[in-house]
Design a protein. Sequence first.
Length: 230
Amino acid sequence: MGGTLYLVATPIGNLEDLTFRALRVIRDSGLLLCEDTRHTRKLLQAYGISRSLVSLHKFNERSREGMVMSALAEGRTVALVSDAGSPAISDPGSRLVAAVWGHGYRAESVPGPCSVVAALTASGLPADSFVFLGFVPVKRGQRSRFVEAIASATRTVVFFESPYRVEKLLEELSNRIADRSLVICRELTKRYEQVVRGTVAEVRSVLGDRKPRGEYVFVVEESRGKVDSL
């Protein structure tokens, strides 16, 4: 039957959020892949785990496939972790998972921390149906279409934005949906976690001229006009 690839969710901030099962899989796996070896080594040190690490990121994901398939063919378990949250969610992993299934092996999720779900549940906005759009594009045309999709979405929208472009995005949203409810979550589960809630215009006013820092998750209310199929 061969081995199994485990996709292990790791803390998005607070190290206490690592599950018992995640610890066991990380400790006992035959091959441990991670997005950044330096980052994952700090996590392992916090739990007294000493392991060899192999990097897997967007630039080498394809080239690691042979190593993973060989390990699985030998019946070994392989664990993949990203720097934070669940692998393959705006992080490397989906290509590898597809290859594993394609070769007849099994991929299994070890669920845990996820900034998308954490922000959505803390937002107070409808969570029975939502759409996740990943990171806001940088290129102007793609960015404009992204904002338009948010404005016309018929479900709660969740997405990420870099702190370097938060001010610009708030201006773009204000020009399009100033009265729509918005929740911004920053540094989730960390010491300086911040959740700001209000209309787009109100949130922009609250944040003011303060320099954005940390990781940002945006949660936007659905369109009240119900004009699109997002």
